[in-house]
Design a protein around this ligand. Structure first.
Ligand code: AGP
Length: 614
């Protein structure tokens, strides 16, 4: 997906827009652009566009002649390409062929080809391969002197997902924005508005923001705003307090956001758990579930839908709910669930797990389950995000903004929340108070145990360096740590570009063992647990074929040390909680592999922080 930032007010906005793009660059970074509307003295304006492939730094260079502009109305965009290659001309902002309308867009116009054909038949000219340029020309085609109405009319013709900000040379005091299926919020300042994809580009200027529902259009001017539907029915917007603090999104002394967020995990989990674990009473307190307590206690099945790292957290949730709350669970790729005509019988709970709360497939799967009668819960990090607003209830991660594209503290936050959710349910179904108290006692030790594991960073870096040239790795685990192995493989893939596969350790014998050649790095999560002996056998099977064993083991385990090339000892953790600690060495391994291979850790190629398109 892309990053959008726009401004209308009384301050020159060039610098504000560039700074805003820097905060949003983690959302997409193929190319970037900015457009300023400068009054021409005749009551109209002139639009000046600068855009280029590459990062925001490249745009700053290309647009430096506009740095002294007095323009107080502008839009800016950082792109993750969906339609059309990564080229200067395909970068946003886009202007219609008459130069009247200028827009930036995040999302996909699914019927852009039909619209483009119609517009070409009506004389419109096109210069790019993008769907966004079609929208700019459609708005221009329907413009009859009222930008707000033209945007409403155009969006009524559109199918797909969009968050847009639009300017018009004939209306130098108007900025129109709208959203459907892609995130957009409007910061409310004093005599100024900042429109952005998320709060990180707004929080430096105001803490007041409007969250927009789908199909909402907002007309902004220097003395006020109006929100409406696509049919021009007036709406009352929801205003929220942005909870972000600037220092939360600053890099601080770290070289990369990913490393900062790996090291933030102990404190992030302390915040995530704060006020929610009552050890004395043996209770978990989750205020967001209050209104649905009875329905949840009587539920008969849980479906967990997510993508990527969030899916791996959901897979751990499956073990937790079945182990602790004795309730059947199925975990699904949201992208599959939404299209496979799922059977959702009564008393089913659907849980959407998502850091951003904007992942298109997860949102669609949630809507599918909700429309079929499921009670829906969100396990989400971004407050006020679409998934958090579209579920009946939910539990926020409270781990703070996650900027690094590779998800780390959000993963442990998702696992921690799913652990609390399963304890919350277990206590109301079969689990005794003492049993809950014992788990809470273990749970409260986790942040310190992660702290202790982080102290192994140098050793983990040295181990990683030994295998940095190997292009194929295996990650293997059993039980609770099978999903942890999947997560370790994803981390390595997505930032070091090394091919890695995660799987149940037993599955390796059913084919993948053929991959093992001399010296192939095979990462085993071999901590103490129910299937420890089986994992040891799997390690022996790999060793006998020349694989090199990198083991994550329980401190003091000399047996693993004797059969592995490298061992990373972590504290002794109760098995249901062990992924929270076992994942940390895998996160650091991936981080060091990426750095040693010279890659951009926070903005890996082809990736974006949240995939808000299908
Ligand atoms: C994780 O490192 C990836 N960036 C990606 O798999 C991510 O977890 C996935 O896209 C889901 O995102 P979400 O949690 O915001 O829904």
């Amino acid at each position: 997906m892309c990053g959008i930032v726009a401004y209308i007010g009384n301050r020159p906005c060039h610098r504000l827009l560039i700074e805003g793009l820097k905060r949003l660059e983690y959302r997409g970074y193929d190319s970037a652009g900015i457009a300023l509307l400068e009054p021409d003295g005749s009551g109209k304006g002139r639009i000046d566009v600068r855009k280029t492939i590459g990062r925001v730094a490249a745009l700053t260079e290309v647009a430096k002649d506009k740095a002294s502009s007095g323009s107080t109305l502008g839009i800016a965009h950082t792109r993750w390409a969906t339609h059309g290659g990564v080229t200067d001309v395909n970068a946003h902002p886009h202007v219609d062929d008459t130069g009247t309308i200028c827009l930036i867009h995040n999302g996909i116009i699914e019927n852009y080809d039909v619209l483009k054909k119609y517009l070409i038949e009506h004389g419109r000219k096109f210069h790019t391969e993008t769907d966004s340029e079609v929208l700019a020309n459609l708005i221009a085609h329907l413009y009859e002197g009222d930008l707000e109405r033209a945007v409403q009319s155009a969006l009524r013709e559109v199918t797909g997902a969009y968050s847009i900000a639009v300017m018009c040379v004939d209306e130098p005091d108007t900025l129109v924005c709208a959203r459907k299926g892609s995130p957009l919020i409007v910061g409310i300042g004093s005599g100024e508005y900042i429109v952005a994809s998320d709060g990180s580009a707004i929080v430096a200027h105001t803490a007041q923001a409007m969250t927009l529902e789908d199909y909402t259009v907002v007309r902004l001017s220097r003395d006020g705003f109006r929100t409406s539907t696509l049919d021009n029915v007036e709406l009352t917007p929801k205003v929220m307090q942005l909870e972000l603090e600037l220092d939360e999104i600053e890099l601080g002394s770290y070289e990369h956001y990913m490393l900062k967020e790996i090291y933030e995990q102990p404190d992030a989990l302390r915040t995530c758990m704060r006020g929610r674990l009552d050890k004395n009473e043996g209770r978990v307190v989750l205020g967001g579930l209050k209104s649905f307590e009875q329905e949840l206690v009587r539920s008969r099945r849980i479906i967990i839908a997510a993508q990527g790292t969030a899916l791996h957290a959901g897979m751990i949730g499956e073990y937790l709910f079945e182990d602790l709350a004795k309730i059947p669970v199925e975990v699904e790729y949201a992208s599959e669930l939404r299209y496979r005509n799922p059977i959702i019988e009564e008393r089913t709970v659907a849980i959407a797990v998502s850091q951003s709360g904007e992942t298109a497939d997860t949102l669609a799967a949630l809507h599918e389950a909700r429309d079929r009668g499921a009670l829906t819960l969100g396990v989400v990090n971004v407050v006020g995000s679409t998934i958090s607003r579209d579920t009946h209830a939910g539990v926020y991660l409270r781990v703070g903004p996650e900027i690094g594209v590779a998800s780390t503290k959000a993963f442990t936050g998702q696992v921690a929340v799913l652990t609390m959710l399963s304890l919350w349910l277990a206590r109301r179904r079969f689990m005794s108070t003492p049993a809950v108290q014992r788990i809470i006692e273990e749970f409260e030790r986790i942040p310190d145990q992660i702290d202790a594991t982080l102290k192994l960073d140098e050793q983990i870096k040295d181990i990683t360096a030994k295998y940095i040239e190997r292009e194929n790795w295996l990650f293997l685990g059993r039980g609770y740590n099978y999903p942890t192995a999947m997560e370790g493989a994803l981390k390595l893939k997505e930032i070091s570009y090394i091919h890695a596969e995660g799987m149940p350790a037993a599955e390796m014998k059913h084919g993948p063992i053929a991959l093992i050649d001399n010296g192939m790095p095979c990462v085993f999560i071999a901590t103490q647990g129910a299937q420890y002996e089986k994992v040891v056998s799997n390690i022996e099977e790999v060793r006998s074929r020349g694989g090199h064993i990198i083991a994550v083991a329980t401190e003091g385990d000399e047996r693993i040390k004797s059969i592995a090339e490298d061992v990373i000892f972590i504290p002794d953790v109760a098995e249901p909680l062990s992924p929270l600690v076992a994942v940390v060495p895998l996160q650091l391994m991936a981080y060091h592999a990426a750095v040693l291979r010279g890659h951009d850790v926070d903005k890996p190629r082809n990736l974006a922080k949240s995939v808000t398109v299908e």
